[in-house]
Write a protein that binds this ligand. Structure first.
Ligand code: ADP
Ligand code: SF4
Length: 730
């Protein structure tokens, strides 16, 4: 199909300095956990987007010098010839597909902990990082300033050597150029502090030096948090930001504008839980009023209508994207080919970010199971190896794992029956979307529903069988499929089993009228009383999500948490706003408390650290700590048990127990995936379904094939010999 002519404007070439972008789609710098150390991953992940139609693709933050070392997290680096060589794999592969490659030069100051290099970071003024733990910088004198500017120049020249077309002097996320500009960091009284011009001096000088060094070979780009969202204490868009853009416009080829500082960068990489697409525009639209050079804006843009609005209303010239390009590297091509319904829409869950925030491991994506797997497993998001046998496959359970597995099996040409007792695909996600702010997560289900319906038209022997009776082991054996995939999911515990005691809680019983699991809350069948207590031992979002939902419905909610509440949401950048929301809704908190027993209408709670600090050996059968005397009773009308999950694996176990009958019934193998195997993130459940479908003809397909590791091997050159080509299994 041809593209809708209304979207033509999105495909107009656009000039940035000496370079031409072939269209207005631009992958802004974003972390993936590849850096310069995993060149295959870096090259394959980024060039996938070049293949998918993006006009420019950037590295993540790319350190200019060992003084800016983000270990335990993994940044790109341009410290030496080895980094040049490794990153040249990225530029080479991007260029093959006709796109531009950019390096985002980064000096972090005290926000870089330097745990590997042990160097001392330098800053505009001395401060303790509000993002890192126990990291201070030393205040730069004039010699230091020259030295750090020299790091940028050398790194820019290395970027040019590596084949990059674009070089950034990166000052978003409160890194050093912005620190000089911002009164929040810059307390200097010399020519680099005080007045606007003095505060802008470091950034402008660095830009001039970088531009002079790279000449006309590269476009010089600024990434700029145009409002740090702290009012006059920091950078405000209509004050310092507009002034800076006017002041430096002549020496900049493109303004890549976003919001906020690093400590709460979820206000920029906005989770859908709190912000809709395009949230940034209220601030960033001002920049076009003063910039003569092109302006690029982000805002989790996945809808071409929204993109059109951004460009035609003059808010930005270029559509910047990180997460939409991860969820769907082929987003521009799909718009171009008139296949908008095929876009795998980013759901805004920030699981991709969580892996970088935790440090080290490759990024994953809830929507796109191939993200991060392009090089090491050879997975292409849009191309699939043809089926390796004539076996038909029954998939029981159409949640995230089962529906993804069936989708890939059908893409590969396997006759596939996707079976569920539920009327709709999506599994537990159909309840999750009822929680406050999580409606957009439903795009995960919607994408698979659309694709499965399309595939069914091509693959006439396959079927989607929804609203069926629950399948038993006998039904599976008699079904007639050669291979069976069990994707029956998981449920919340009804008897209080939890990660603290690893046992049920005496008196916990969700079959009672005054106790509920999260599923029971969301299916709305059981009445819920005025005074609600939520007992939590889960570190993700369920307890705070339910607290918010019930408080909004007028209940008085108390949250009792035996684990760090919403701990994982630090990594998804939702944590601060979760806390604000619980505070706003006046939800009572009993953090570091858990429950010892439950009686009708009340439960006994204790302080989790109330048992004496010193462990002492007191003989067998005796606790090594003093008795906990902090117990107290609290009352409720309804108690919600968010204590843990268990796999719904009874069907798998029953079928497995009848293995001796498989052959007689024509069954070659039975597999278990998703939460039925072990409760996990939706991204990981989706991955297990995708992985099995890619490898189902392997002899022991339940266990994954080995993947290519990018490691230094003792006694060999650091990049060992072997096959460094990117090979997709299609
Ligand atoms: P996952 O996240 O692993 O995909 P979900 O819990 O979201 O798991 O989805 C599991 C799906 O399996 C649900 O839609 C549920 O209705 C379905 N299911 C579970 N057991 C059976 C069964 N015995 N027969 C048919 N469908 C089942
Ligand atoms: Fe979007 Fe979630 Fe994928 Fe990140 S992990 S790209 S937020 S769908």
């Amino acid at each position: 199909m041809a593209r809708d002519p209304r979207y033509d404007i999105l495909f107009e070439p656009i000039k940035i300095g000496p370079k031409i972008m072939r269209n207005r789609f631009y992958q802004v710098p974003h972390c993936i956990g590849a850096g310069s150390d995993r060149p295959g991953f870096q090259a394959a992940h980024r060039s996938m987007k070049a293949e998918g139609g993006w006009a420019a693709i950037n590295t993540e933050y790319c350190s200019v010098h060992p003084e800016s070392d983000d270990t335990h997290r993994l940044s790109a680096r341009l410290w030496d010839a080895g980094d040049v060589r490794n990153l040249s794999a990225m530029t080479e592969h991007i260029h093959k597909f006709g796109a531009l490659a950019g390096a985002e030069l980064w000096y972090g100051s005290a926000h870089a902990p330097n745990m590997e290099s042990r160097a001392t970071p330098r800053g505009a003024s001395q401060y303790a990082s509000e993002f890192e733990t126990l990291t201070y910088c030393r205040e730069m004198d004039i010699d230091d300033i020259k030295k750090v500017q020299g790091y940028y120049v050398k790194a820019a020249l290395r970027a040019r050597d590596a084949g990059f077309d674009i070089v950034y002097v990166y000052g978003a996320d409160s890194y050093i150029p912005l620190q000089f500009l911002s009164k929040y960091y810059n307390k200097r009284t010399d020519q680099y502090g005080g007045s606007f011009k003095n505060r802008a001096r470091f950034w402008v000088e660095t830009l001039e030096q970088v531009r002079k060094a790279v000449g006309d070979d590269m476009a010089v780009v600024v990434r700029f948090a145009v409002d740090t969202l702290m009012g006059p204490a920091g950078v405000e868009v209509e004050d310092d930001a507009m002034k800076f853009v006017e002041f430096a416009d002549d020496i900049v080829d493109l303004w890549d504008v976003n919001l906020c500082g690093i400590a709460e960068w979820g206000e920029n990489a906005t989770p859908s839980r709190y912000y809709a697409s395009g949230h940034h525009v209220s601030w960033t639209r001002f920049i076009k009023q003063v910039a003569k050079k092109p302006v690029l804006g982000v805002g989790r843009y996945t809808d071409p209508e929204k993109m059109l609005e951004i460009v035609t209303k003059g808010y930005a010239d270029i559509i910047g994207a990180a997460r939409p390009s991860i969820a769907d590297p082929f987003l521009p091509n799909k718009i171009n080919e008139g296949r908008v319904e095929d876009i795998r829409v980013c759901i805004g869950c920030n699981i991709c970010i969580s892996r970088w925030e935790i440090g080290g491991p490759p990024m994953i994506c809830t929507q796109n199971a191939t993200a991060g797997e392009e090089y090491r497993r050879g997975w292409h998001p849009e191309k699939f190896e043809k089926k390796g046998s004539e076996d038909s496959v029954l998939v029981v359970g159409a949640g995230p794992a089962g529906s993804e597995c069936a989708r890939i099996l059908m893409e590969r040409g396997y006759t596939t029956h996707l079976y569920d007792s539920a009327e709709k695909i999506g599994g537990h996600l159909n309840q999750i979307v009822l929680l406050p702010g999580l409606g957009e997560w439903g795009y995960h289900r919607d994408y698979r529903e659309t694709q499965l319906n399309k595939l069914l038209k091509k693959n006439k022997n396959s079927q989607m069988m929804l609203g069926q009776k629950r399948m038993t082991a006998e039904d599976v054996l008699k079904y007639g499929a050669e291979k069976v995939v069990i994707a029956t999911g998981s449920s919340w515990n009804t008897e209080g089993t939890n990660c603290i005691t690893h046992n049920p809680i005496p008196g916990a019983d969700a079959s009672r009228p005054d106790q509920l699991t999260p599923e029971q809350v969301l299916d709305g069948k059981k009445p819920i009383g005025k005074r609600v207590v939520i007992l939590n031992a889960d570190t993700y979002h369920m307890a705070p999500s339910l607290a918010e939902k019930l408080a909004l419905a007028g209940h008085e909610v108390t949250l009792v948490s035996g684990v760090h509440l919403a701990h994982y949401m630090h990594f998804t950048l939702e944590y601060s706003n979760v806390q604000r929301r619980l505070h706003e809704l006046k939800i009572n908190r009993m953090d570091d408390h858990f429950c010892s027993r439950i009686e009708p209408g009340r439960m006994e709670v204790y302080y989790t650290f109330g048992d004496g600090y010193k462990a002492t050996y007191r003989g067998p059968g005796k606790s090594p700590r003093d008795a906990n005397t902090s117990h107290q009773w609290i009352e409720f009308d309804s108690l919600i048990l968010v204590t843990g999950r268990h796999s719904d694996d009874s069907l798998y176990k029953e079928v497995k127990a009848r293995k001796s009958e498989w052959a007689a019934n024509g069954i070659k193998d039975v597999y278990i995936i998703g939460d039925a195997e072990a409760p996990r993130l939706m991204a990981d459940a989706t991955f297990t379904g995708h992985r099995l479908a890619r490898e189902i003809e392997e002899a022991d397909a339940q266990d994954p094939l080995a993947y290519k590791r990018e490691v230094a091997v003792w006694g060999t050159p650091h990049m060992p010999g072997g096959d460094h080509r990117i090979v997709y299994k299609v």
